[in-house]
Design a protein around this ligand. Sequence first.
Ligand code: NAD
Length: 382
Amino acid sequence: MRIGVPAETAALETRVAVTPETAKKLVAQGHTVLVQAGAGVASSAPDQAYRAAGAEIVDAATALGADLVLKVRGPSADELAQMKAGSTLVGMLNPFDAEGLQRLAAAGLTAFALEAAPRTTRAQSMDVLSSQANIAGYKAVMLAANHYQRLFPMLMTAAGTIKAARVVVLGVGVAGLQAIATAKRLGAVIEASDVRPAVKEQVESLGAKFIDVPYETDEERECAQGVGGYARPMPQSWLDRQKAEVAKRVAQADVVISTALIPGRPAPTLVTEDMVRSMKPGSVIVDIAAGRGPVGPHGQPGGNCPLTVPDQIVTAHGVTIVGHTNLPAMVAADASALYARNVLDFLKLVLPKDATAVHVPLDDDIVAACLMAQGGEVKRRA
Ligand code: NAD
């Protein structure tokens, strides 16, 4: 089968969907791998590495015109126009973008969005949300340390003692856990908050303190359990108490890493402008939810903090707020390495060994969940 790997064209996107490592495996399975010239350069994978892996270096039209196209981000209108009806697309296609999915269906593509894979043990090796969130959590702490004008670890020197940085992590999913682990390795003192009670143990096992907000009603307890491991919007009563608790910790924090997301909805506001005002000068917020929250006072979607500006580093009330929207792309080589392995693992389900065409086994829960378009229709399940 002819498998195309176009260069990504979205702004600030540096990742690539197939690395020389996974290209070699696809070639070994008998496929022709067509990599657009330069597609891997920003991920430290030059054309010659793909050639050595047995891939062919081609132009954009050839990569996009393949039977199976592997991408990181959904195609632009221009890219879509170069794709063949009846071909298959695999990527992070944003399952909540109804118009985007409609365009993929109208173009006659069979489209799989890997973000829609269930969070089950069998799907773990193809879980792009986890592989990329892990990197985002790490990079968020690296950026915080970079922008913070003090040290993270406690330091006892002949010139006196430096106190350890106090880091508050809001939202303890995959990114939050990695942020805690990374900040811990740098010597910070860490507190973390989440709506899911199950994470308390994980937070403590990483050597951080969980900010407890006890549940007072059955409604609060039910919401906190969530659906399929995801958070559901919590009742206002609990959110108010959580806000008060978090506000106290944020006021004392040197660094806040916020990662709270609710799939298909705007990210919750956890660090209000008043809370930013209460922080010490020189403190740093890295908002991993940047660009996914409600529209802020600057007219663009903020993140967990309304003052966050997507893809900018701003200073508000003496606090540096880092709003990069694509942190994994800032660690492009490893983000691509993990993403490409996720893609390769997913392909085992739709392109079994020796197959010459893509299959869509709808009795497979992962395939069924990821299928977004087929036969001219949007297929996304609710
Ligand atoms: P996510 O990126 O969707 O959200 C980040 C975190 O923000 C979550 O922990 C969420 O509970 C939290 N959050 C939402 N609203 C909040 C609020 N108001 N205050 C504080 N925190 C808030 O999360 P994710 O990293 O994609 O993980 C989602 C779930 O999937 C988790 O339960 C995770 O353990 C689970 N998971 C399971 C598997 C698997 O079994 N294969 C793999 C990965 C993740």
